[in-house]
Design a binder for this molecule. Structure first.
Ligand code: ATP
Length: 241
């Protein structure tokens, strides 16, 4: 077993349940996300992937269960407090402010913390996504979907997360930008400062990037383990439509 595998997890989710309007959406979800790895949360439409992310980030309250980030119980904290503890979230749809410039969008997360990003933090984002530097004065709404995704990831990175959470980053994005986002995820993982939790329906993207996976089915983890264990049988049973 490698040294990495024996390190304490960056995030543990234990028996997390969420109900919305009387229906049980999550029914005791368990996840262990190791440091310096990419973890892919997979499953068909409507199985509870986004709800799991919201229970982790605090955007949705869990009825039961525990979420622990780097040894700290965060499940009763506000989303803002969880962000300060080290959770960076890039939501589905990216949530770029269309009327703000790219530069203003980029600074939103750090300014909310009362500071401006440091030059080396900005340079790191520009190295990952050179287009952001080129388009700094443009309005966010003028960017393509893929460029907005890069901007949203850049914005999250400036908060120096310990866990970067990405909800369907490839959705509706052209292939060359998907490749750039994949390369950026690999680079971030290899730098070793964070773990990355990826919700993704694009199977090849997950297989290429993921170290570990979990498959959700009706609000529960139906299978999990190292990505090498994602068999054709599991894909057929839980992922193909
Ligand atoms: N605010 C809400 N009110 C009512 N039902 C909801 C709400 N949010 C989610 N649901 C329901 O909870 C279930 C899980 O939704 P969730 O968005 O977590 O699934 P998902 O796996 O992320 O799906 P997708 O791949 O379509 O995004 C779905 O049946 C959805 O209709």
């Amino acid at each position: 077993m490698s040294a990495v595998a024996t390190e304490a997890p960056t995030l543990t989710v234990r028996d997390v349940s969420v109900s919305i309007g009387g229906s049980r959406i999550l029914r005791g979800v368990n996840l262990d996300i190791r440091p310096k790895t990419v973890f892919c949360l997979m499953g068909r439409n409507g199985v509870g992937k986004t709800t799991t992310l919201k229970a982790i980030t605090g955007l949705m309250d869990a009825n039961a269960g525990h979420v622990n980030l780097l040894g700290t119980e965060i499940s009763r904290m506000s989303p803002e407090k969880r962000a300060l503890k080290g959770i960076g979230f890039v939501p589905q749809g990216r949530e770029i402010f269309p009327q703000l410039t790219v530069e203003e969008n980029l600074y939103v997360g750090t300014i909310a913390r009362g500071r401006k990003p440091k030059k080396e933090e900005l340079d790191r984002v520009f190295t990952l996504f050179p287009i952001i530097k080129e388009f700094l004065p443009r309005k966010g709404g003028m960017l393509s979907g893929g460029q907005q995704q890069q901007l949203a990831i850049g914005r999250a990175l400036l908060t120096r997360p310990k866990l970067l959470i990405l909800d369907e980053p490839t959705e509706g994005i052209q292939p060359n930008i998907i490749d750039q986002i994949g390369d950026a995820i690999k680079m971030l993982r290899d730098e070793g400062e964070m773990a990355i939790l990826l919700v993704e329906q694009y199977l090849d993207f997950c297989k290429e990037l993921g170290d570990d996976f979990a498959i959700l089915e009706r609000g529960r983890v139906a299978a999990d383990g190292p990505m090498s264990g994602l068999s054709e049988e599991l894909i057929k049973e839980f992922l193909t439509v």
